[in-house]
Design a protein around this ligand. Structure first.
Ligand SMILES: N[C@@H](CCC(=O)N[C@@H](CS)C(=O)NCC(=O)O)C(=O)O
Length: 212
């Protein structure tokens, strides 16, 4: 498998974690988002959305990190990253969506660039926007992790799931923008437990070949 990735991309980070947890080897093609390589014709021919990640499997190009995680789960079911029961799967997918659909798009590179270039925001304004949406989302994630007693060492019980694949990169983003994470003790306990695992360590930005 080939993964188009960028060290700081949290969506690519999700896929790197899942590949590592499942013990799947891949070769990395790095796309430098800050140099706008995602919009170069060569890469648009791979992924017309101009986003990372893209996973190439047997010549087929897969896009959208959550769809890629679902593909990996179907094709390589062990170790499972979704629970065995349907209610559990819905809970895990909801946690993953909370991060990937509610928090991440608001703080994506192109969103921040639009604030900067079209709406005249300076770096302080952008950081304020970023931290606002992190706090809004993590408050809801903390409530979701604590309210039903189904979180354990990880987001759902005692095995990492796709929810953890989404949570950990989001916390890295929050830390990069100096967000206050003290109001989210359960979330941070899960984050700390994940980061004890080799699969998460190897997937983190500083461990990537294009790390700066
Ligand atoms: N929903 C997409 C989001 C992908 C995405 O936004 N990737 C970011 C990096 S985390 C990107 O490529 N941004 C480039 C840009 O905004 O121009 C997914 O989950 O794969």
């Amino acid at each position: 498998m080939e993964l188009y990735t960028y060290f700081r991309s949290s969506a690519a980070f999700r896929v790197r974690i899942a590949l590592n947890l499942k013990g799947l080897a891949y070769s990395a093609h790095t796309i430098h988002l800050r140099k706008s390589e995602q919009r170069a014709p060569d890469y648009l021919a791979v992924n017309p959305q101009g986003l990372v990640p893209t996973l190439v499997v047997d010549g087929q190009r897969l896009t959208q990190s959550l769809a890629i995680l679902e593909y990996l789960e179907e094709r390589h079911p062990a170790p499972a990253l979704l629970p065995a029961d349907a209610i559990g799967r819905a809970r895990v997918r909801a946690l993953a969506d909370l991060v990937a659909c509610e928090i991440h798009p608001l703080n994506n590179l192109r969103t921040l660039d639009y604030l900067r270039t079209h709406l005249g925001q300076d770096e302080a304004g952008i950081a304020s926007w970023y931290r606002h949406w992190i706090a809004d989302g993590l408050e809801k994630l903390e409530a979701a992790l604590t309210q039903d007693g189904k979180a354990g060492t990880y987001c759902h019980g005692e095995q990492p799931t796709v929810a953890d694949c989404c949570l950990v990169p989001q916390i890295f983003n929050a830390q990069r923008f100096d967000s206050d994470l003290s109001p989210y003790p359960k979330t941070m306990r899960v984050f700390d437990a994940c980061m004890k695992l080799d699969a998460f360590q190897r997937a983190q930005p500083s461990a990537q070949p294009d790390a700066e």
